[in-house]
Ligand binder design. Structure first.
Ligand SMILES: Cc1cc2nc3c(=O)[nH]c(=O)nc-3n(C[C@H](O)[C@H](O)[C@H](O)COP(=O)(O)O)c2cc1C
Length: 311
């Protein structure tokens, strides 16, 4: 259904507004698609399957065969008890690409391909990449060091070369991208598209609270701390949010205990709600702005970088 060149031609710049828990909703996805970049969101952002159905109706109505696609993200990990129900809703709306994250894409491949859709899987290692290809994934999203959220570890230069040797299909860079020059550089490495997550949090249409957006504008790369204390997996966290939540960044509680402490102390910080994630790409976040302005800026930088590589 998706054909490489034609998909690229529908985009103003080869970007996916990355799926982000508690951040990406219909406003952000629709604004992204209208601005000419793929708009993604995790289905976990919907409280119920009925709400997912409603969101998908709104989003699909705002996109079409000539626009950038809407790209739902399914968490395929076995602990996602809603996977089967969410998958049913997705199959009814038939988005052309679905992103599988946190596990093998295998459980959703047959259903999505059954209606002509593609499955793009996120991978953090060569072993993940090999497994996703064996399961039949059409595209691969390479999670690299410094990515926002539950981050990758691999260096993008090395990871791109490794994966390109075994995969011809769409390949997406996740991590460190916040401007058009980085996207042009990623193309030289062999990537077809880039994820931009952190930068889209600081848009007017994201569901993040204003203090989170302001913190991203004020933060630098040095404010990003890698820790597994908040989610149980290595996650890029904004150190100022740890401090604001009353935690000592140098002496964090043992992994996952922050959620448990909520039962004991109702004022304890709630992970994701009070402790915020941002990737190394926070370095490129200068202001909170509408999605259309951000995409226009990034597309101009990308064109400029292609005409004049270097500075
Ligand atoms: C606040 C936040 C929430 C995220 N939630 C998800 C998620 O639900 N599903 C997913 O596949 N990736 C999630 N990610 C990862 C992003 O999709 C993407 O890989 C990452 O933001 C790319 O790095 P960047 O932020 O430097 O652009 C999240 C990232 C952030 C910052």
């Amino acid at each position: 259904m998706v054909e490489g060149t034609s998909l690229r031609e529908r985009l103003s710049v080869p970007v996916i507004a990355a799926p982000m828990f508690l951040v990406s909703g219909p406003e952000l996805v629709i604004a992204a698609v209208r601005a000419g970049v793929m708009g993604s969101f995790p289905t976990a952002n919907c409280r119920t399957v009925e709400q997912l159905d409603d969101w998908m109706s709104q989003m699909m109505a705002a996109s079409g065969p000539a626009t950038a696609p809407v790209v739902p993200n399914l968490i395929v990990h076995r602990t996602n008890s809603r996977l089967a129900d969410d998958l049913e809703v997705i199959c009814r709306h038939r988005p052309e690409i679905v992103i599988a994250s946190v596990g093998s894409p295998e459980p959703i491949i047959d259903r999505i391909r059954g209606y002509g859709g593609q499955v793009w899987a996120d991978v953090a290692s060569m072993r993940h990449a090999e497994k996703a290809i064996a399961a039949g994934a059409d595209g691969l999203i390479l999670l690299t060091g410094g990515a926002g959220g539950q981050t990758g570890w691999a260096n993008p230069f090395a990871f791109a070369r490794g994966v390109r040797a075994i995969h011809d299909g769409p390949m997406v860079l996740a991590g460190g991208v916040s401007d058009g020059r980085a996207i042009a550089a990623a193309e030289v490495l062999g990537f077809d598209y880039c994820y931009m997550g952190t930068h889209f949090i600081a848009t007017e249409e994201s569901m993040a609270v204003q203090r989170y957006k302001d913190m991203l504008v004020a933060a630098s790369l040095d404010d990003v701390q890698l820790t597994d204390a908040i989610t149980g997996l290595d996650t890029s966290i904004l150190r100022p949010s740890l401090i604001a939540a009353g935690l000592d960044p140098k002496n964090l509680p043992v992994r996952d205990s922050i959620e448990i402490s909520k039962d004991i102390n109702p004022d304890a910080p709630r992970r994701w709600k009070d402790i915020w994630s941002g990737g190394h790409s926070v370095e490129g976040v200068r202001r909170v702005q509408p999605v259309a302005d951000l995409v226009r800026e990034v597309a101009n930088q990308y064109q400029q970088a292609r005409i004049q590589p270097g500075r």
